[in-house]
Design a binder for this molecule. Structure first.
Ligand SMILES: [Zn+2]
Length: 358
């Protein structure tokens, strides 16, 4: 007799609706060849993802600022997405060795260009993302005269490392436009999100300058779990504020350092993320691992499978995408429309020499 296998995973109407929504995201990641923050996280909404280095950023700045025609296909693509008002564009300054441990962006000249770039981009509705060392390089050099107001973010002299606990509310994460924050809120089954990180040595700490009249929305807070906990206080981990016609999104830590998710996560949504980001084989693999962990009755094992999955979803590296991700029909369509840029990821393009600095 045939017995229908009961599956823990069936799609809800709400999930199917969410998949249909056609929100387009373009992410330009600025980094050296070796980022400390390896989180990339393109998803089905990502119509274009590209890595460029700081020298290329300088050239791109001239193209955008002067609105000149560029021969460079990558620059052409970026300009195209900036002009397309249906696409949300993020310029993600990655924490990498070029951030000089939070002192400058490579050198004085590049640091100045970063600020000019931010001013130009945010006037064109683009968003800026910084984290850890790039966050420190940005706010340590923030000039109140050029940027219109004093830095709303204060970088502390002391740093943090090791086990670290972050807490925040689902609704605050969901309210962000930034895909990683939004997705995490969406994945969470509890209203209170609690995640443990193993922060790298020298991870920056910041607080909000409340004397600056800028509405900074704090999304999460965190505290180190080891050491002299009695004299350690909670500081913001994720926050964002409006700047010109865009947003500046700030993260103190990196998703690649996530070790444990202590709050409940919606496993159907994890499966859905794997399916949309990596394809059905990967989603099935998660389903098998999760189901087997649940059936073993070992709660720690279940938590480990869930935590590792959330880390992978939040901080996917390009290698895993190149192996596993197939372009969605929408990406194929965009690829054809734009012409020129081509690889099996339909817009994912990292064939750039990252090590050439002039
Ligand atoms: Zn870092």
């Amino acid at each position: 007799m045939y017995i229908k296998k009961m599956s823990l995973f069936t799609k809800t109407k709400e999930e199917e609706e969410a998949e249909k929504k056609n929100q387009k995201i373009c992410i330009v990641s600025i980094q050296s060849g070796q980022p400390y923050d390896t989180s990339e996280q393109p998803n089905t909404h990502t119509c274009y993802y590209v890595n460029i280095n700081f020298q290329q950023m300088k050239e791109l700045y001239k193209v955008i600022k002067n609105d000149t025609e560029s021969e460079n296909q990558i620059f052409k693509n970026i300009v195209h997405h900036i002009k397309d008002r249906d696409t949300i564009v993020f310029f993600d300054f990655k924490c990498c060795s070029d951030c000089q441990a939070g002192a400058t962006f490579l050198d004085e000249d590049k640091t100045l260009t970063v600020f000019k770039m931010i001013n130009t981009l945010t006037r064109k509705h683009c968003n800026i993302v910084v984290g850890d060392h790039s966050m420190a390089s940005l706010f340590n050099h923030w000039d109140r005269h050029k940027m219109d107001f004093k830095s709303p973010i204060k970088i502390h002299d002391e740093t943090t490392s090791g086990p670290f606990r972050m807490t925040g509310k689902k609704e605050d994460f969901m309210a962000s436009d930034y895909p990683v924050l939004k997705n995490l809120g969406d994945l969470s089954a509890d209203n209170k999100i609690q995640i443990q990180f193993e922060n790298m040595g020298g991870t920056k700490v910041f607080s909000i300058n409340r004397d600056v009249k800028v509405d900074v929305k704090v999304i999460s807070k965190g505290i180190p779990l080891s050491g002299r906990s009695h004299d350690q206080k909670e500081n913001p981990v994720h926050c964002e504020f409006n700047y010109r016609k865009g947003k500046i999104i700030v993260s103190q830590t990196h998703w690649c350092n996530l070790t444990n998710v202590n709050s409940n996560v919606d496993v159907h949504k994890i499966r859905r993320e794997f399916s949309t980001q990596y394809g059905e084989d990967c989603a099935n693999q998660f389903e098998v691992e999760y189901t087997s962990a649940v059936r073993s009755g070992n709660k720690e094992r279940v938590n480990r499978v869930v935590s590792e999955s959330v880390r992978q979803i939040c901080s996917a590296t390009p290698a895993t995408f190149i192996i596993q991700k197939k372009p969605t029909p929408k990406q194929e369509e965009n690829k054809l429309k734009l012409g020129g840029y081509d690889n099996n990821l339909g817009g994912y393009d990292n064939n750039i020499d990252d090590n050439k600095y002039v």
